[in-house]
Design a protein around this ligand. Structure first.
Ligand code: CUA
Length: 331
């Protein structure tokens, strides 16, 4: 029975691991120059340690078999004392391996050093909030949340700040991890060589919803990025029906202390910029897909969907209908 349960565990693990396919958000599925260098360094050190592991465990197994107790006959293996080589060879091996690792690491560090700034670079200000990400495109004069857009091949110079506690920004397939610290501006950069969507995550524990502080990075062609920027720069959609008008009034009164309807309103707001809310596919720090059903559940009881978040208003069913009608216009 035991053997069957073990077999089931192995099969289960196999199925689970097979889920780690090409879309898995790991730097080993590199979509950028930085992650590519990280992956090369990882494999170099992994293969090196695997060889050492096999040699050492192989030697152990060989000695265990060679010197095993044979039918009660005790075997005394050769006893070695005072041989300099037994200390010198491992020491030399450690020095050589550590030296090789140091060179590989230094080479990687130089390779991922930020390139010289150019006027073509995209300047992105990332701001950590509990528990969502704000993305402020300085030159394009737009602000968005949780979903980050960049053109393929472009160098994106990123500055990182936090308005509250320490967060950490990491989209493994695109770039290394950088802490986002209140009172200290950190810098990083991205150049992605692959069009696609890449997931990221806050990687510094920042409170109860730390795990729900996600990032979706959308790498797109220059033309698609330009179209995205042009859309984000537009003012918020105007209400047409009475229902939408009522929703608009609520957004510009009740919601306005935390949310902005100005596409360029910078980071000081408590909640995400709503100007083009429905151009995004996710909300609430990337916790949920953005659709009518999830939006209505959120408006009804945001604390049930993401306990501890800053949104604490109570809305009537009529207000929820009005808000949903208006917010869904904000493409
Ligand atoms: Cu922000 Cu963890």
């Amino acid at each position: 029975m035991k053997i069957f349960s073990r077999f089931a565990i192995f099969v289960g693990l196999g199925v689970l691991l097979s889920g780690c396919a090409a879309s898995s958000p790991t730097f080993l599925n590199s979509a950028s120059l930085i992650a590519g260098h990280e992956a090369s360094l990882y494999w170099e050190i992994f293969i090196e340690t695997l060889i050492i592991f096999i040699l050492i465990i192989g030697a152990f197994i060989w000695i265990f078999i060679r010197d095993r107790d044979r039918c009660g006959k005790k075997i005394v293996p050769p006893q070695i004392y005072g041989k300099l080589a037994w200390a010198a060879v491992p020491l030399l091996a450690i020095v050589l391996l550590d030296g090789a690792d140091f060179v590989a690491m230094a080479r990687t560090m130089f390779a991922v050093a930020p390139p010289a700034a150019s006027s073509q670079d995209i300047q992105l200000h990332v701001i950590g909030h509990r528990w969502w990400w704000e993305f402020d495109y300085k030159d394009q004069n737009i602000v968005t949340a949780n979903e980050l857009h960049i053109p393929v091949g472009a160098t994106v110079q990123i500055t990182l700040d936090s308005v509250d506690v320490i967060h950490s920004f990491w989209v493994p397939q695109l770039t290394g991890k950088t802490d986002v610290i209140p009172g200290q501006t950190n810098h990083m950069w991205i150049t992605s060589d692959q069009i696609g969507e890449f997931l990221g995550q806050c990687t510094e524990f920042c409170g109860t919803e730390h795990a729900m502080m996600r990032i979706k990075a959308v790498v797109q062609s220059q033309a698609d990025f330009d179209a995205w920027v042009a859309n984000q720069q537009k003012p918020a959609a105007q209400p047409k029906t009475d229902l939408e008008q009522a929703g608009h009034t609520t957004v510009t009164t009740l919601c306005a202390s935390c949310h902005s309807l100005n596409p360029a309103e910078p980071e000081e707001k408590t909640g995400p910029n709503l100007t083009h809310l429905f151009s995004r596919s996710i909300f609430a720090g990337g916790t949920y897909d953005l659709n009518d059903a999830n939006l209505r559940s959120w408006l009804k009881d945001p604390q049930a969907m993401k306990p501890g978040n800053d949104m604490g208003v109570t809305l009537s069913p009529a207000q929820i209908d009005q808000l949903a009608a208006y917010l869904e216009l904000l493409k």
